[in-house]
Design a protein around this ligand. Structure first.
Ligand SMILES: C[S@@+](CC[C@H](N)C(=O)[O-])C[C@H]1O[C@@H](n2cnc3c(N)ncnc32)[C@H](O)[C@@H]1O
Length: 397
């Protein structure tokens, strides 16, 4: 596969190789050449990859009562404005569907609420503006840094955004952990090609989490070449999110694994996947700037970084469990009432709802909720915060 000219020039200017994390940042977020930065990637069943909200408005309709609970607590605690903030809104369809659901179901709350979109990639923000042109809620686009100057009270939603933050790829060489780098090398036909190869040893500061996860001691089940990912961008993101939100809740929804599963010896090549035109590839160097690159989150890393950034954990569960607690089964049942010309719509929605809870795919996503700054009537962000609706047992009500 040939190396795009822009990438070849960047790599040459950097001395021929860069850490994987720099490569991932360039190919996703470069404003001209990156897959998100340029707005080239398309999200949805007819695009490069589908996400839960891109399957239709049922996902937002199920999520809306949870968000309304949280926004309602904030509204009751203080007469000031409230905000629904979405980071990484992609096509903007989740924000648009949520705004419509809030306006229809909770008009009093919607009147006090603005929609704030945090999207660093200009190409994506452009499409979101078009999608949200008729939003019933006032909308604005801001960076976390801008919000930090006048922090909000609200709910922050991060749906499949943390998986787009650049990861560090590391590999074991039999004696040391090394940072993987992407290097420009001559291919078999003497044309420049990309290689993923071991680079510098990890600095002393990096191995702290490795020790906690049992990666420091040599283990014959992790032979030389065993590779995985670390998530250095998660902590700074959570710090910036905390600075942007004076009080409220953060809901992270993403692919995620516990550290013991993420770093299990059997997972010998991490979780990184490239997507293009609905096809997944394990080669992160294929088609740079044209593919999505995504890695699972590590739940332990996320929780530790969230606590360090001042977020109080409210709990977490799998998406299948969350959506069932929020009424997915009743919604499926209700589709039976649609007949005649609405039958095709009912079948499409039924398929989408079942995909959302498929335990081998979207149903295995994790929902992780955090709070800060006294978001509830119990105030404080302390242990008196109510259990999120999606963590309650649906059979108990
Ligand atoms: C995988 S898409 C998810 C889109 C949407 N949330 C969905 O689920 O359909 C990732 C989105 O996050 C954006 N993004 C990437 N890095 C970001 C960051 N540091 N902060 C906020 N958004 C980011 C991308 O441009 C893109 O809009």
């Amino acid at each position: 596969m040939s190396v795009p000219g822009w990438l070849q020039q960047r790599l040459e200017a950097a001395g021929g190789a860069v850490p994987f994390t720099t490569y991932m940042d360039w190919v996703l977020h470069d404003p001209r050449h990156g897959a998100y930065g340029s707005g080239r990637l398309r999200i949805g069943p007819a695009g490069d990859f589908a996400t839960a909200p891109s399957l239709g408005p049922d996902f937002a309709a199920l999520l809306a009562p949870q968000l309304a609970d949280w926004l309602g607590e904030l509204a009751a605690a203080d007469p000031g404005p409230i905000a629904l903030v979405e980071a990484g809104p992609g096509e903007g369809s989740l924000a648009a569907d949520l705004a419509a659901a809030l306006a229809a179901g909770w008009p009093g709350l919607a009147q006090r609420c603005e929609l704030v979109l945090v999207e660093p990639n200009p190409g994506m923000a452009e499409r979101q503006r078009r999608c949200l042109a008729d939003s019933p809620l006032p909308c604005r686009w801001c960076s976390f840094a801008q919000l930090a100057a006048a922090p909000l009270r609200g709910v922050l939603l991060a749906h499949e955004v943390l998986d787009a933050l650049p990861v560090e790829r590391i590999s074991w060489d039999g004696a040391l952990w090394r940072r993987q780098q992407v290097a420009l090398r001559d291919g078999p036909d003497a044309q420049p090609s990309l290689r993923l190869e071991p680079g510098e040893p990890l600095e002393a500061a990096m191995p702290a989490p490795l020790e906690a996860w049992g990666l420091l001691a040599p283990d014959p089940r992790r032979p030389p070449g065993w590779s995985t990912e670390l998530h250095p961008a998660i902590g700074p993101w959570l710090q910036s999110a905390a600075a942007a939100l004076r009080a409220g809740t953060l809901l992270v929804i993403d692919y995620a694994l516990e550290a013991r599963r993420y770093y299990a010896p059997v997972r010998s090549d991490g979780t990184l996947v490239a997507y293009r035109s609905q096809r997944a590839s394990a080669d992160p160097l294929a088609d740079p700037g044209a593919c999505d690159l995504t890695a699972h989150l590590c739940i332990d890393t996320l929780q530790e970084a969230a606590a360090a950034a001042g977020w109080q954990a409210l709990g977490h569960c799998r998406q299948g469990q969350a959506l069932l607690a929020l009424g997915l089964a009743e919604r499926l049942h209700g589709l039976q009432r649609l007949q005649g010309s609405a039958l095709a719509e009912a079948l499409g929605r039924r398929e989408a709802l079942l995909r959302l809870v498929d335990p081998h795919a979207l149903g295995d996503f994790r929902w992780l909720a955090f709070a800060r700054g006294g978001s509830g009537p119990g105030d404080s962000g302390g242990p008196s915060l109510p259990l999120p609706r999606f963590l309650r047992d649906p059979s108990a009500s």
